[in-house]
Design a protein around this ligand. Sequence first.
Ligand SMILES: Cc1cc2nc3c(=O)[nH]c(=O)nc-3n(C[C@H](O)[C@H](O)[C@H](O)COP(=O)(O)O)c2cc1C
Length: 171
Amino acid sequence: MKTKIAVLTSSQGKNTQKVVEKLKEFMPKSITLDSVDIDNSDGSELKKYKHLIMGVSTWFDGEIPYYWDEFLPSIEDQSFKSKKVAIYSLGDSKNYPDNFCDAIGILSEWLEKRGAKIIGYVPIDNYIFDTSYYLDNEQFKGLPIEYKVDGSDWEKKLANWSKQIIKEFNL
Ligand SMILES: Cc1cc2nc3c(=O)[nH]c(=O)nc-3n(C[C@H](O)[C@H](O)[C@H](O)COP(=O)(O)O)c2cc1C
């Protein structure tokens, strides 16, 4: 039987959606990624998953998009204690070096408060930026993706991260 992972994104995040399609290509055959569109979900289906991936872009000087702000209250009473969550954020280190992919920190902090175990940390070494919210020991608590940014090797980073999270999910 295939293992199912829920991957949460908003259909309003156009670039974030493109990355989900690529992520699906990188998954081994034994795993299915079930897409959850947070714009059309009350979050109740999350209860049946132990493994979650959340894709969120960073906007407006280090904020999560408003549709995430609207979605999170609908799942704030759920326990995430038995769940592992991997986060990726789209961002742009050249134009927003002071808030680079802050969404990773914002979301991971929110989830940790509710007991989730965040996996898929990535060292800051391969990125050039000034600050990013809530780093842990020189690591992002997820994967920054510079989609459509000149010179970005986001596909390679996503491929490596896919392997990393499968291991850390123990799948
Ligand atoms: C108005 C605006 C504000 C942005 N703010 C940030 C930011 O604070 N930090 C960051 O890393 N990227 C920032 N970005 C870059 C976006 O995250 C990036 O363009 C991303 O690909 C958008 O993905 P989406 O279409 O899925 O929302 C910003 C982009 C725009 C247009």
